[in-house]
Design a protein. Structure first.
Length: 348
């Protein structure tokens, strides 16, 4: 056996021995030196295990000068005792049972006690479980937990289904920063910018007294230069919430001037190497959203296969082939005459 394999085997054996031994001591109630009081429940454990696995408990068991604090009983408020037992069991066994009913509470506990392994497992679970019924709740939870990875995954899920999700009552309950991160995204799957504007107006009117002050900031999320001129005149300029706001009227004027090709001058003091377009305010952004790009597709079908070809550049075609098993599409690329031969072979 080579030295590296031997070292890995020894590490595995020692880890298993240590884990089994600690679990046995807990089950036999031996060397217990800490009791966690959670509600009416007392959970016995070892200070060493808690301190080794959790910076939260490590700080709790030591004073500011590094001296050990002999605190046998630890009272934990605002915590479900069942969730704490799940956490403690994981610390001893590396085994954890996560389900739809418990995952959010376990995630919150892992965040509170700073246990990254449990936190990551919960994040992975929630990412895989994203659906139309829970994506908004998961998005808000992720922001509360300051978990960028989960927040981005949930936001992208919402953005990809924006025209459906924006009609949900829960969507109108989003806080300003939560909403702006969605409607300001390039990944928004909408064919028309008007949908985004109308969604913003519905959101403001849901709680006009509190949200009206956020409308100026929200303007930077709407890409007014993508809105047709007729709609802009009839809907945007005539919107009561806009007509009564002098700051918004100034922005409307700038947008109308931009439509004629007159863009604001570059602000003084900014890096001259940056292009002027990069200095424009958000409401003059004219980058198309994800859902605004054309999706031309040529379908060729025979008795047993269907091939879809769509342009990629001038001559290259991206092909998606569905055979007898439609759940397993295969992707390939063709150029010029090769693409023509594929079509002829399938259609003859």
């Amino acid at each position: 056996m080579d030295p590296q394999s031997l070292k890995e085997d020894l590490r595995l054996f020692q880890t298993t021995l240590l884990q089994d031994g600690l679990k046995e001591l807990l089950n036999e109630n031996k060397l217990i030196d800490c009791i966690l009081k959670v509600g009416e429940r007392s959970i016995p454990c070892h200070r060493l295990i808690l301190a080794a696995c959790s910076p939260y408990f490590r700080e709790l068991f030591f004073s500011a000068d590094g001296k050990e604090v002999n605190q046998r009983e630890v009272v934990l408020e605002n915590l479900d005792p069942n969730i704490m037992e799940v956490i403690v069991n994981y610390l001893y066994s590396a085994d954890i049972d996560i389900n739809d009913n418990s995952v959010q509470d376990i995630l919150a506990a892992a965040n509170r006690f700073q246990i990254p392994s449990v936190f990551t497992v919960c994040v992975n679970y929630l990412q895989k479980k994203l659906s139309r019924s829970n994506c908004l709740a998961i998005y808000r939870l992720a922001l509360t937990m300051n978990c960028a990875r989960l927040a981005i995954a949930a936001r992208d899920y919402i953005a990809d289904r924006f025209e459906t999700m924006c009609k949900a009552e829960e969507f109108l309950e989003l806080d300003p920063p939560e909403l702006f991160a969605i409607i300001g995204a390039d990944a928004l799957n909408v064919e028309k910018e008007e949908v985004v504007f109308e969604t913003l107006m519905r959101w403001v009117k849901k709680d006009k007294e509190k949200r009206l002050k956020s409308l100026e900031e929200a303007f930077d999320c709407i890409r007014f230069r993508l809105i047709p001129e007729k709609y802009f005149k009839e809907k945007v300029e005539k919107e009561d919430l806009i007509k009564t706001n002098q700051e918004l009227l100034k922005k409307i004027k700038v947008i109308k001037e931009a439509a004629t090709g007159k863009l604001p001058e570059k602000k003084k003091g900014q890096d001259e190497e940056n292009g002027e377009e990069g200095m424009l305010p958000g409401y003059l952004n004219d980058n198309r959203r994800f859902g605004m790009y054309a999706k031309d597709l040529v379908l060729m079908i025979n008795d047993s296969h269907c091939r879809g070809l769509r342009p990629r550049g001038e001559r290259v075609l991206s092909g998606f082939d569905w055979g007898p098993d439609p759940t397993k599409p295969r992707q390939s690329y063709y150029k010029g005459e090769q693409a023509a031969r594929v079509g002829w072979a399938l259609c003859r």
